[in-house]
Design a protein around this ligand. Structure first.
Ligand SMILES: Cc1cc2nc3c(=O)[nH]c(=O)nc-3n(C[C@H](O)[C@H](O)[C@H](O)COP(=O)(O)O)c2cc1C
Length: 241
């Protein structure tokens, strides 16, 4: 008996001689998500020359799950956000970023649950890519709600910030059909590794998270779970040890 996962793998295979089937999506999804009437909070562009070298950061990277209840500077948050969403160049009508994405379609959105960041009130912010800016979309301390939604993983309430990645699958599905479901997770994986490496390079701790009750996290972000749904998370803070 074929399992759901095995069937998914089989039905989303590319086969020689067959053209990939794009989904029949009626309206073309927006390239970027922008919350109407929400002011943009511009993040500082980080200088590139500071921090641990890439090889050492790879070697030192590990999952850290215990954090001090301390603030991180806004510049540190900006560096973390930069490593995930900075635009490298504009060409062929797309904004190419520091992370790769299948077909340069960038179906993964980034939200940041701010718990302890100097100069930012607690809440959930959305990263608006074209202006390297944050939009405050949910006000107030959501750290305990989010920790509870992530199977009571305490590190989320302790961390200075939690990155939450969501999939706007139609952006990719319009080209790749159901195979897009493979690609969104791969895209998010690259973002997770960049978060680990940039946190490590600054002496911060990081742990990515795949265990959560999807609907509960979606409701914190006020998402419908279909057009857009949570797929991955990652916490960052000052290591307790
Ligand atoms: C897709 C994915 C999901 C993960 N989910 C969790 C999680 O929910 N909770 C957790 O404590 N660690 C989680 N981790 C971290 C792994 O447990 C960790 O990477 C692994 O134990 C290897 O240890 P290292 O990262 O220190 O090398 C996740 C890692 C990945 C890549």
């Amino acid at each position: 008996m074929e399992t759901l996962g095995e069937r998914f793998q089989r039905e989303t295979k590319y086969r020689r001689g067959e053209r990939p089937v794009a989904s029949r999506i009626l309206s073309h999804p927006d390239e970027f998500k922008r919350y109407p009437n929400v002011p943009l909070i511009r993040l500082p562009t980080p200088p590139l020359e500071e921090g641990t070298g890439i090889w050492e950061a790879m070697l030192r990277r590990r999952s850290v799950r215990s954090f001090l209840s301390a603030e991180i500077p806004l510049e540190a948050l900006a560096r973390l956000a930069w490593s995930i969403g900075a635009v490298r160049e504009r060409s062929y009508g797309s904004l190419f970023r520091v992370v790769p994405s299948a077909g340069a379609l960038y179906p993964v959105e980034t939200y940041i649950m701010v718990n302890r960041v100097k100069g930012l009130e607690p809440g959930v912010y959305h990263l608006y890519i074209p202006d390297f800016s944050l939009e405050l979309v949910v006000s107030g301390d959501k750290s305990k709600t989010l920790a509870h939604a992530a199977l009571d993983q305490e590190m989320i309430a302790q961390a200075s910030a939690a990155f939450i990645w969501t999939a706007m699958i139609d952006r990719s599905r319009i080209k790749y059909g159901e195979r897009a479901f493979r690609y969104v997770y791969l895209d998010a994986g690259h973002m997770g590794q960049n978060l680990y490496l940039s946190a490590t390079a600054m002496g911060l701790g990081c742990c990515t998270i795949g265990a959560f009750f999807d609907d509960e996290v979606n409701s914190v972000l006020e998402l419908d779970g279909i057009q857009e749904t949570v797929i991955y998370m990652g916490v960052v803070g000052i290591p307790a040890i």
